[in-house]
Design a protein around this ligand. Structure first.
Ligand code: XCC
Ligand code: SF4
Length: 625
């Protein structure tokens, strides 16, 4: 028997979401919330992580009566293997995204594209210097060519360590060497995890987890970091600017195109095409007043950070955005794109367009976009969207609410510039206790949580305690909709943050970018630790992914912990079936890497945990409260 749908107020904290969920029900459209209800209760074995399908002697599941799989693997081994592969999926996603940016830079260097260019030459030169490339008196193309080589090599198996380990504090690097956690090559660690988890290989849970951490570190300090840094080089390093967020950014009288996914390579071209006068004229000829580009998820974050384009929503808003009936096209690249969007688009005039060979959707219009044809393809996509505007059924359009203002664009470069060129004022503010510490709140929505209740709740609690918050990924739109990404939000903060952020004219919650941009936070932590002459694990900092769902979020969490950053999760990964693995995650890692995970579903309690941690770390550094 079908379950009664839950009241919409229980599903999300947002009014725009409530309105669209009600509209969906009226129009007979299913959302992730409905499907979660169909899927629950979930399989207990899978939830605990004790089911294995790694070979055809199985599938096996561990029970009190059957404590070992056919091969003899116990719960510890099975949980560790499953978690290892889970993290590896995430590391592969971020890193393959990073590789795509290297390929674009390569195409620029080799003259195969005129659609992309090197926008931030200064940053490219700076990066080259950091990874040991000679820049003296050389042309930008030659330097770029060497950077391309070096980063491609970071994916291979010929190196002892990936290039950006040059940013890591000495103590941390030595620790990784000692533990066998030093990431050597992105693809190598990923392949090795697949190997280790084949039947009959790594059958020692802690050992598997050390390699999971190494794979995650390859993501954080190579795949993701390369993705972020080269995106800045190609599309420009973000600087603070104003924009807005929520479904109200859709425009009744314009051609609305939503870009969704993660990589700016395609979405930047869509934006550029939509700004071409000829295409704007075409839209006007059909009665629209213009072309409006809105962002979803991380592709949205990328364009928001650099181009100030507004955010329609985060993960759980992606289906609801289409349900407004006002979206002409959803253009996607890869990751976090629910396949249900194709079916929902089909219920309206909305064209669903995929653009990557590695992320195709049955029923979508496909474009194969590469550096050499990107702009021309983007124009064609925008033309399709314009045409769709004529098919829009006005009687089904409902755009809920008015957009909220947000401030964005906080790259490390922008923060350092705002501080007058060095990190010293930040170090001083931390030493003085005006900023007691910092926490990065990152990651997703998950229909298992009331949407954004944790994301927003935790951020509010932390700033009250004078803990600076940095947000990325889907927490961005959450914080933005709650008014936290505005300078005026200092009124919700403690006295110290109020003073410092007030003086700088910045919000107490800073938008730091997309999910791969968590690499910016790693870099900041490393720079702070180096400035103080300590390890990252000595800093009064933390990370949190309150409403996480994805393999990528697990990879981020693990590279944060392995880098020495105490990390909170709103709910556990599928590891509870192994006491060994669970204890390592929430305790044992502390002894190994100086940080661990903590699981806490209540935002107020989670903020308390951070408070305690930050107090202890401040004390360790000899700083008073
Ligand atoms: Fe995806 Fe990056 Fe999660 Fe959002 S936050 S749901 S991973 S889009 Ni990374
Ligand atoms: Fe079962 Fe072992 Fe095969 Fe996994 S690897 S399915 S536990 S026999």
């Amino acid at each position: 028997m079908a379950k009664e749908p839950r009241p919409v107020e229980e599903l999300s904290i947002w009014e725009d979401a409530h309105k669209m969920l009600i509209k969906a029900r009226k129009e007979g459209i299913e959302t992730a919330h409905d499907r979660l209800d169909q899927q629950t209760p979930h399989c207990k074995f899978c939830e605990l992580g004790v089911s294995c399908r790694n070979c055809t002697m199985g599938p096996c599941k561990i029970t009190p009566k059957a404590p070992r799989g056919v091969c003899g693997a116990d719960a510890d081994v099975i949980v560790a293997r499953n978690f290892g592969r889970f993290v590896t999926g995430g590391a592969a996603g971020h890193s393959d995204h990073g590789r795509d940016l290297i390929e674009v830079l390569e195409a620029i260097v080799e003259g195969q594209t005129s659609d992309y260019k090197i926008t931030d030459e200064e940053k490219l030169i700076r990066i080259a210097g950091e990874i040991g490339i000679n820049t003296e008196g050389r042309s930008i193309k030659d330097i770029a060519s060497d950077v391309v080589e070096c980063f491609f090599a970071d994916f291979g198996s010929r190196k002892k360590e990936v290039a950006f380990l040059s940013r890591v504090p000495r103590k941390r690097k030595d620790l990784w060497t000692k533990l066998g956690m030093t990431p050597r090559g992105v693809d190598r660690e990923i392949a090795e995890m697949m190997h280790r988890t084949h039947m009959g290989c790594d059958n020692d849970a802690p050992n598997t987890l050390v390699h999971a951490a190494r794979t995650a570190l390859a993501d954080g300090w190579a795949g993701s970091m390369i993705g972020t840094e080269l995106s800045d080089v190609i599309f420009g390093t973000p600087t603070p600017s104003m924009s807005h967020a929520n479904l109200g950014i859709l425009k009744r009288d314009q051609v609305n195109i939503l870009v969704h996914g993660h990589n700016p390579v395609v979405s930047e071209m869509i934006l550029a095409a939509a700004r071409e006068p000829e295409l704007v004229e075409k839209a006007k000829a059909l009665g629209a007043s213009g072309i409006n580009i809105g962002g979803l998820c991380c592709t949205g974050n990328e364009l928001l950070m650099r181009q100030g384009i507004p955010m329609a929503g985060n993960h759980l808003m992606t289906e609801l955005a289409i349900i407004t009936g006002a979206v002409e096209a959803v253009v996607v690249d890869y990751q976090c794109i629910m396949p249900s969007l194709v079916q929902i688009s089909d219920c309206y005039h909305t064209k669903f367009i995929d653009t990557a060979q590695k992320a195709r959707f049955t029923g979508a219009i496909h474009f194969d976009i590469h550096p050499h044809n990107a702009m021309e393809q983007a124009r064609e996509i925008v033309r399709i969207a314009i045409k769709a505007y004529a098919e829009r059924d006005d009687s089904r359009v409902d755009i809920p609410g008015d957009p909220v203002d947000i401030m964005t664009g906080f790259s490390n470069e922008a923060v350092i510039a705002a501080l007058g060129g060095t990190l010293d004022p930040l170090v001083k503010a931390i030493a003085d206790g005006d900023i007691r510490g910092a926490v990065g709140i990152v990651g997703c929505n998950n229909p298992k949580f009331k949407q954004d209740s944790m994301n927003v709740g935790l951020a509010k609690e932390l700033i009250k305690k004078d803990i600076l918050v940095l947000v990325t990924g889907c927490v961005t739109t959450a914080a933005g909709k709650a008014g936290l990404l505005l300078p005026e939000a200092i009124d919700m903060a403690g006295p110290g943050l109020k003073k410092i952020c007030g003086a700088l004219g910045i919000p107490p919650v800073l938008h730091y970018g997309s999910c791969v941009d968590n690499a910016r936070i790693l870099q900041l932590c490393a720079a702070l630790a180096n400035a103080l002459g300590v390890d990252i694990s000595d800093l009064p900092v933390g990370a949190s992914s309150p409403e996480w769902y994805s393999e990528k979020a697990a990879a981020i969490g693990l590279y944060a912990v392995a880098s020495g950053i105490y990390t909170h999760l709103g709910h556990p990964p599928h590891i509870l079936g192994s006491e060994t693995v669970t204890n390592l995650a929430v305790a044992g890692l502390e002894d190994l890497v100086g940080a661990s995970f903590v699981i806490e579903p209540d935002p107020v309690k989670a903020a308390e945990l951070f408070d305690t941690r930050i107090k202890a770390k401040r004390k360790g550094l000899g700083l008073s409260e």
